[in-house]
Write a protein that binds this ligand. Sequence first.
Ligand code: 0O2
Length: 226
Amino acid sequence: MENKDNLAAQLDRLLQTTSAQRLREEFARLQGLMSCYRCAILEVETKFRVLNEQFSLQHERNPIESIKSRLKSMESIQEKLQRKGYPLNVESIQENLKDVAGIRVICSFIDDIYMLADCLVHQDDITLLEEKDYIKRPKENGYRSLHLIVEIPIFLQQEKKSMKVEVQLRTIAMEFWANLEHRLRYKKNLEPEVAQKTSRELQECAQVSAMLDEKMQSIRDIIEGD
Ligand code: 0O2
């Protein structure tokens, strides 16, 4: 009897340590993957900074106003995988999500967006996987931006890995609008009529901001003699 108890206790301990060990390994792999996404962000961000530097030497102005980057939170990763019916594991994150690493490049003028996007996707270590042009074809709510999904290699101690990065390029006016619209989307306690009216007003703002971008662009063209 004592032997049997000992055996059960031993088995139980073994099971616990095995699953704890598995958990530890999975967690380490997850941390490794997130670190790779951070490296990919650094690589793509550097490419934009180099382009900005080179352009500013030639044209005496910066095409990039600012760059923001973010790693998707674990909660958002989990929510997106579950919503799309994908399994929750490290492989699934890498295979099924394209926006774990995200970079937003904010420009003054629309022309700069297309110039920067073109320069990026023609670099020989970059693969363009997807392009969504919400500037030429804005979303119904008025959202405008150029979205690219690119793949970039990162070089680690022992290996080379290809990582996906989502790049959003937009003007200052588009960023201003998107930030306000984003806040409205998460505002849950608005009366339905107020929410509807605010959405309509935001659509109007999107049109005004599109006009502002076009006008600023044509004034800049005159100044720069394009
Ligand atoms: P977060 O927190 O910014 O990451 P997909 O990945 O292709 O399955 P989707 O939504 O079709 O998903 O991709 P899409 O249209 O390229 O949009 C992805 C991101 O663009 C969003 O990320 C937002 O950052 C931004 N975006 C798209 N549409 C809108 C919009 O109408 N308003 C605002 N403010 N932002 C928008 P997430 O995952 O929503 O959030």
